[in-house]
Design a protein around this ligand. Structure first.
Ligand code: ADP
Ligand code: MG
Length: 442
């Protein structure tokens, strides 16, 4: 069976998405989310779990639905196994550079340096990311690139650059252990390692070790650690473990360290101790070049007037630019490869009214008017039945319509825990499945 063309990251996503839909959120977060798809061995998927006990639970209770997810998505695998993090298998595989099992690239394949358009808005970030990819962990006296801290608004290419580093290292330095994760993911792992603490005193250490033994650690959206003391300490320890052994750390964030609220000073100063570099909104020229680059990868031709029009109108970020371009290309596919400026104008209008105008305040206001309950009660602590229902409606709508992490939604609702947010979301989601009246109100 030819597995080479499969991106391990995509496979993991497909399976986890399927399980996410099937299981309750709590169950998913506890058992499935922390799993790491370790490798593909012939036609078998090998997942790595915390310890033996977790592996046994997974085999007993979840193996069947994993197999169902594989069949349903027609993935070419016919078996699955779970191995503990501490097993010899993993250690041997990580240690030997010349084992004959092919290592699989977990990075998004299209996020490479080659596909990244260089511009004034991102030149410094791109150059430093490339320098890190070429010489991870190596700094000279004049310029320290450890940690490399890249910040900037959404959709400007931070995640792309982190994956580009990963892809580059995979191509050129395949024996290094490179981990990419998000601060949110690590935080869930960290909290679940604490909840396992009573039954398995090593939970914390194993989780810490997993990150402390790698050669390059890249953490995306690091701003999520704000306000979480224990988690910050966990990061601080990992940071020191890696830093002291000369391993490379790369961080990405939507803001500079100085604007991350409520983090310990010692952690902030660690973040600031290497190179801080920002990515800003691209200029018109850059937006035009990006569109040209993207269509050069397809076999579709687009008139310069159309390219210029899109680049002029969509000036917020590159993700939106790509979204618009995809729509235009889809439109052309179903209209004999033709599109007019007027068609493009309509496509852009539709997309901007649908996403840029909704935010959490507007949703809360809308729920407040509908239920005739003040917004302060909705985000406050009151527990009367009608207030709780309105609050859960607002939480559900925010979860559904805004792409926000649960932790952030908890902050919007007066610092509630992410499990509370999950509970409200699932509760309403079940209610509207069962009760048409609720579905109508939503
Ligand atoms: P961020 O992590 O900053 O929110 P992403 O890295 O997810 O943004 O980028 C959003 C999209 O824009 C991705 O599909 C990415 O490939 C594309 N993109 C961003 N910057 C560039 C660039 N300079 N050249 C080409 N594509 C880019
Ligand atoms: Mg990102």
């Amino acid at each position: 069976m030819e597995n080479k063309n499969f991106n391990i990251y995509d496979i993991d996503n497909i399976i986890k998405q399927e399980l996410f839909n099937k299981l309750s959120s709590a169950e998913y977060m506890l058992w499935i989310d922390p799993l790491k798809l370790y490798s593909i061995d012939d036609s078998k998927l090998i997942y790595c779990a915390q310890d033996d006990k977790t592996c046994n639970t997974l085999i007993e209770n979840y193996q069947t639905i994993f197999m169902e997810a594989i069949f349903k998505n027609k993935l070419p695998f016919n078996d699955i196994s779970f191995i503990p993090l501490s097993s010899n298998f993993i250690q041997n595989n990580n240690e030997s550079n010349n084992n004959n099992k092919p290592k699989i690239n977990p990075f998004i394949s299209k996020y490479t340096f080659d596909n990244f358009v260089c511009a004034d808005s991102n030149r410094m970030a791109l150059t430093s990311a490339l320098a890190v990819a070429k010489n991870p962990g190596v700094s000279d006296n004049l310029l320290s690139l450890n940690p490399l801290y890249i910040y900037g608004g959404v959709g400007l290419g931070k995640t792309h650059l982190l994956h580009a580093i990963g892809n580059y290292l995979f191509e050129n330095n395949n024996n290094l252990v490179v981990i990419y994760s998000t601060a949110e993911k690590i935080s869930l792992e960290y909290f679940s390692s604490l909840s396992n603490f009573a039954s398995n005193k090593n939970g914390y250490n194993i989780t810490r070790q997993k990150y402390s033994v790698c050669d390059v650690l890249m953490i995306d959206d690091i701003q999520f650690i704000q306000k979480k003391k224990g988690l910050q300490e966990f990061f601080f320890n990992i940071f020191n473990d890696l830093y002291q052994s000369g391993k490379q750390i790369v961080l990405a964030s939507d803001r500079p360290p100085s604007e991350i609220n409520d983090i310990e000073d010692r952690l902030r100063s660690r973040f600031e101790s290497g190179l801080l570099t920002d990515i800003s909104t691209p200029e018109l020229d850059t937006r035009i070049n990006i569109i040209k680059k993207k269509i050069s990868n397809s076999n579709i031709e687009l008139d310069d007037s159309i390219i210029n029009y899109i680049a002029e109108k969509v000036n917020t970020n590159i993700r939106e630019l790509e979204g618009t371009l995809t729509k235009v290309l889809m439109f052309m596919k179903i209209n004999n490869n033709t599109v007019s400026i007027d068609d493009v104008r309509k496509l852009i209008q539709n997309s901007t009214t649908s996403n840029s105008t909704v935010d959490s305040d507007k949703i809360i206001n809308c729920v407040s008017q509908y239920f005739k309950i003040s917004t302060s009660s909705i985000i406050g602590k009151k527990k009367t039945k009608d207030v709780v229902l309105a609050r859960m409606f607002a939480i559900y709508l925010i979860c559904e319509y805004l792409d926000l992490p649960l932790i952030n939604i908890g902050q919007i609702f007066g610092g509630r825990d992410h499990t509370t947010i999950m509970y409200s979301r699932d509760k309403i989601s079940n209610l509207i499945k069962k009760d048409e009246e609720y579905a109508r109100r939503i």
